[in-house]
Design a protein around this ligand. Structure first.
Ligand code: PLP
Length: 344
């Protein structure tokens, strides 16, 4: 049990003792000069985990997404992006500013795009249209409640994209959550895309880092764009060492987070003043609606050292992660029930 139950995000974890040890003992060198053996090892492990030829360590998922978009497009191109995708909502307009692309958003159904909608959105370059060159998919889908895009949908979308000459990038910040939830290896999803990135700093519990994966040729270009964006780092093996620990020991553990999220959702379901689709919880996130303003719930919980994120006037998000254990979940459920009684 932890003194504070922090359900705001899976980014709030502290490094484990094993990670701290790995950091202290990491063999390092200047990674911009290609001298850091620990980064090189992490990049090899990461590429193998998703079945790609090569990988690049970047500081953040945001940088990985925007390097991918930059390498896979030319200024003036059109890219297809979910209305609720991270790159659409939370990257401060980076695709437009960094890559000069026009975004054509599409709506998905609970995080899952309809291939027919995507087909209808693709436009060839002509006198009038910019030409669609990239489809970006997010799996799992954060704003759709951690939903998994099923593999058959990825297959249909990748085939469609190739038919029209588009590249596909997966923002797989939580691709291992999708893999664990579906029982399929992450490489099966990654095989349905040209490039994929995943976060070390979310469910895998590292202090920072994202891995951008693709062909060797893509990674050579990506490395150059990372440098241009100021993301070339030096003795970064200290962070890469955590990434190695996370990839070797942290993937299967994500199943615990999923079970905790399901328990939280089941407990919320049926509480007065709360509406939650408990059955739709697939991974480590629970989104739910409140009759009273979300802040009333959140503020009361904060007073009890239970933290979560209001994501709308009447909507709250909970995210489970490594630093929330079964006793924390029990305590959170007690607090939910007591608050529901107090507010009713
Ligand atoms: C789906 C998704 N993609 C990308 C990111 C960006 O990651 P970072 O915060 O490392 O830039 C996030 C962060 O929450 C995310 O949820």
């Amino acid at each position: 049990m932890h003194p504070i139950i922090d359900l705001r995000s899976d980014t709030v974890t502290r490094p484990t003792p094993e990670m701290r040890r790995a950091m202290a003992e990491a063999e390092v060198g200047d990674d911009v000069l290609g001298d850091d053996p620990t980064v090189q090892r992490l990049e090899e492990i990461a590429a193998a985990k998703v079945g790609k030829e090569a990988a690049l360590f970047t500081p953040t998922g945001t940088m990985s997404n925007n390097i991918a978009i930059h390498v896979l497009t030319r200024p003036g191109d059109e890219i297809l992006l979910d209305w609720d995708a991270h790159s659409m909502c939370y990257e401060v307009g980076a695709p437009a500013i960094i890559s000069g692309v026009q975004t054509r958003p599409f709506r998905s159904h609970k995080g899952v795009p309809d291939p027919q909608d995507i087909a209808d959105s693709i436009g060839a370059e002509d006198l009038h249209r910019p030409g669609t060159t990239l489809l970006v998919l997010e799996n799992t889908h954060n704003r759709a409640g951690g939903a998994v895009i099923p593999l058959d949908v990825h297959r249909a979308l990748y085939a469609l994209a190739k038919e029209h000459g588009l590249s596909v990038h997966i923002d797989g910040a939580r691709i291992f959550n999708a893999a664990v939830a579906s029982g399929l290896p992450a490489s099966e999803y990654a095989a349905q895309a040209d490039t994929v990135c995943f976060s070390l700093s979310k469910g895998l519990g590292c202090p920072a880092g994202s891995m951008l994966c693709g062909t060797r040729e893509f990674v050579v270009k990506a490395r150059r764009i990372r440098k241009r964006l100021g993301g070339g780092m030096r003795q970064i093996g200290v962070l890469a060492a955590c990434g190695i620990v996370a990839l070797e020991t942290g993937i299967d553990r994500l199943a615990e987070d999923h079970a905790h999220a399901r328990r939280l959702a089941t407990a919320l379901d049926g509480l007065q003043g709360i509406r939650v689709e408990a059955d739709s919880v697939q991974t480590n996130m629970v989104y739910f609606d409140t009759e009273r303003p979300a802040t009333e719930w959140v503020d009361r919980w904060k007073g009890r050292e239970l933290l979560c994120l209001p994501v709308g006037a009447h909507r709250i998000r909970l995210v489970t992660h490594r630093d929330v254990d079964g006793e924390d979940v029990d305590a959170a459920i007690r607090i939910f029930r007591e608050t529901a009684t107090a507010l009713s």
